[in-house]
Write a protein that binds this ligand. Structure first.
Ligand code: C2E
Ligand code: MG
Ligand code: MG
Ligand code: MG
Length: 291
């Protein structure tokens, strides 16, 4: 009967909702202990000069090791971390760990190589964040201009005093700022007037339409021209095919990253690539003693 059915559905839904709540609380609890339990790990994706085909830097990308040994990507926990206020601790951990791990290569590259990190809007809003960055650069002996903080356009909608102050101080220090996922946010271009970005990263959603959509091709060309006009370096994200690489190179895009070159890698797998890159850097070999 309809009435019984209704009751059964009611029971069914409350049980499902209860289970969802339990799962969510359990997940939240595990996320709060993620640093104590040392469950975060970093993968690094090399970034290549399209002109000369060598590594100009790496982007650190965070992963969460699960009890079953699998790794969760950021989309599965960064939003929750932002919701429960764990993002500050996580982003600081990423900053600290990536700088410590990469410091030898950054200095070994004669300052030619860069480390890129993703910073959440909440972190950029945190009063004193710039001081933490300064401390970590000093502690690891890294030149500020070798650090690039990636910020998505979305977060620039927030114009709080502390965000402004952090951006200004970071720039004064010489830290580079990069607009990540360019073209996917809903903010106006107005922020380009107010913030001194050094790098613009063309989002993968444009790159994957190269060769498919002629409008996309023109759009990318326009973005590159605009970015260069504003004195920015252009990095294309998510390059998967040689066609995409060639198109971007032909249109003057400076750098690229993507599965065509390399997936994000754990340190052990990145190390041989970096060793080779450092040996091949022009600025590096020029400064080597003869022989
Ligand atoms: P993002 O900064 O735009 O990073 C690029 C994403 O594209 C990475 O995903 C990378 O694995 C993926 N990718 C790179 N090359 C290719 C390709 O050729 N094809 C395809 N299909 N994908 C490619 P991932 O690692 O899942 O990171 C997702 C996002 O999470 C990042 O996007 C970044 O916004 C955020 N994120 C990563 N690490 C951190 C972190 O430490 N802190 C914060 N706040 N956010 C982070
Ligand atoms: Mg990024
Ligand atoms: Mg991106
Ligand atoms: Mg992103």
């Amino acid at each position: 009967r309809a009435k019984d059915l209704g009751r059964n559905q009611y029971h069914f839904f409350t049980e499902e909702i209860n289970q969802q709540l339990i799962d969510r609380l359990e997940l939240e609890g595990r996320l709060r202990r993620v640093l104590d339990n040392e469950e975060l790990t970093l993968h690094y994706q090399p970034i290549y000069s399209l002109e000369r085909n060598f590594i100009t830097g790496v982007e650190a990308l965070v992963r969460w090791r699960q009890p079953d040994g699998s790794l969760w990507g950021p989309y599965r926990f960064i939003p929750l971390a932002e919701e429960i206020g764990m993002i500050h601790a996580i982003d600081n951990w990423v900053l600290r760990s990536a700088l410590r791990t990469m410091a030898p290569w950054l200095s070994g590259s004669n300052d030619a190589m860069r480390l890129a990190l993703n910073i959440s809007s909440q972190q950029l809003q945190m009063p004193g964040f710039h001081q933490y960055v300064a401390e970590q650069l000093t502690a690891n002996g890294v030149t500020p201009s070798q650090l690039e903080l990636e910020i998505t356009e979305r977060m620039l909608v927030d114009n709080s005093d502390s965000t402004q102050e952090n951006i200004q101080r970071l720039c004064e220090m010489g830290v580079r700022l990069s607009i990540d996922d360019f073209g996917t946010g809903y903010s106006s271009l107005g922020y380009l007037q107010n913030y001194p970005f050094h790098t613009l990263k063309i989002d993968r959603s444009f790159v994957c339409n190269i060769g498919i959509n002629t409008h996309t091709a023109r759009l990318i060309d326009t973005i590159i021209t605009m970015g260069h006009g504003l004195g920015m370096e252009i990095v294309a994200e998510g390059i998967e095919s040689d066609l995409e690489r060639q198109f971007l190179k032909a249109h003057g895009c400076d750098q690229g990253q993507g599965y065509l070159f390399s997936h994000p890698l754990p340190l052990e797998q990145l190390r041989p690539l970096l060793e080779k890159a450092v040996r091949e850097l022009p600025s590096f070999s020029e400064n080597q003693p003869d022989g």
